[in-house]
Design a protein around this ligand. Sequence first.
Ligand code: GTP
Ligand code: ZN
Length: 352
Amino acid sequence: MAAFFIASPTRISVNLTAMNLQDWGWSPFFADQFDAWQRHGYLPARVIRGEKNYFRVWTEKGELTVRFAGKMRHRAGGRGDLPVVGDWVAVEPQPDERGQIHALLERKSSFARNLPGRRKGKGGGRVEQQVIAANVDLVLIVCGLDRDYNLRRIERYLTLVGGSGAEAVVLLNKADLCDDPEKCLAEVREIAGDSPVHSCMAKQPEQLNFLFDYLQPGRTLALLGSSGVGKSTILNGLLGEERQKIGEVSDAVGKGRHTTTHRELFLLPEGGILMDNPGMRELHLWGEEEDLAESFTDIEELATGCKFSDCAHKTEPGCTVRAAVDDGRLSASRLKNYHKLKDELANLQRRR
Ligand SMILES: Nc1nc2c(ncn2[C@@H]2O[C@H](COP(=O)(O)OP(=O)(O)OP(=O)(O)O)[C@@H](O)[C@H]2O)c(=O)[nH]1
Ligand SMILES: [Zn+2]
C-alpha cells in the first residue's frame, strides 16, 4: 500500500499522504455530480485498471478492488455505461480493501472504437461502440520525422482526439533524422488548427523539458502514435529517474506488457497523471490498418520481388526484403517495426 507498481516487480514509491483527489484529476465537474452519492458515505474513486469482473480504483483511503453493485450492472445497458480506465465512480468501501461501485460519473472526455461486425438490435442498427479510456485531458500525438512522417495520419489522429473531448499536442519526434524539420513543422501547423506542434528528439531527455509546461497536477495525459515513434522514450523522459525501471519493463516484457501491467494510470513525479493502457496503445492500429502498406511503401515495394506472394519476410527462401536488410538497403529496425505492427494487427484480428 506504500507503493504502487507499473509492472511487478518494479515498484515506484510515491508519497501517498501527499496525494489528494485533485492530484488524481478530481475537479468541480466531478464534485458537482458527486453530491448525491456523498450523502450515502460513498467515496469518489478513479479507475486505474479495469478487468472483466472487477476494477482497481484509487481513493483517498488508498487503492481498492471493487465490483459492481448488482443493480448497477443491470442498469448498464450498452458497453459505454461500464467504467473504463480513467473513469470516476462512486464506491461504497467494504472491509479488506474492497468495495462496490454504485455510480459512474459523467465523463469529461472519452475514447471509443467501433466494434466491427457487432451491431445492436435486429437487422443491425447502430454499430456497437467500446469505450476504452475516459477523462483524458491531453493527448500527445507522436509522429516520427523519419519515414513515419505522414500528414494524413496526423490529420486522422487530430480528428480522433478532437472528437474525444481531449486537447491535442503534436510531437514530431526524431528531429535528428530529418533534413528539414522546420518544413515539416510548418506543414503540420497548417493542418493542426489550435493544437500546438513541436519537434523534438526524445533520445535526449533534456530536450523534452518543454513538455513539463503541459503537465499539471490533476491533468491526465495519454500518448498516441505508431509503433516505434518514440512513445516509450518520451514516457521515460517524463518519468525522470524512474526512466530506467520503465525501460526495463518495456524491454523485458515486450508484447506481454499488456498482461503484466498492473496499473494503467499513474502519477508523474512532476505532477500530472499518465495513462498507458492497452486500449490506447492499440487505438492507433484501428486507424492504421488501412495504411500499414502506406506507411511502409519501401517494404511493400521490396516485397514485390519475394518468391512467395504471401511472404512474411521472416524465414522464407527468396525473400527480397530480408535481402535488402542484408545488403544495407533497408534498416533492420525498420523491418522489425513492420513485423511488430503486423503481429499486433494479427493479434487484434484474432481477438475480434
Ligand atoms: N534517432 C532517434 N531515435 C529515437 C528518438 N526517440 C526515440 N528513438 C528510438 O526509436 C526507437 C523506438 O522508440 P520507442 O520509444 O520504443 O517507440 P514506441 O513508440 O514506444 O514504440 P512501441 O512501444 O512499439 O509503441 C528506439 O530505438 C528509440 O531509441 C529520437 O529522437 N531520435
Ligand atoms: Zn519476403
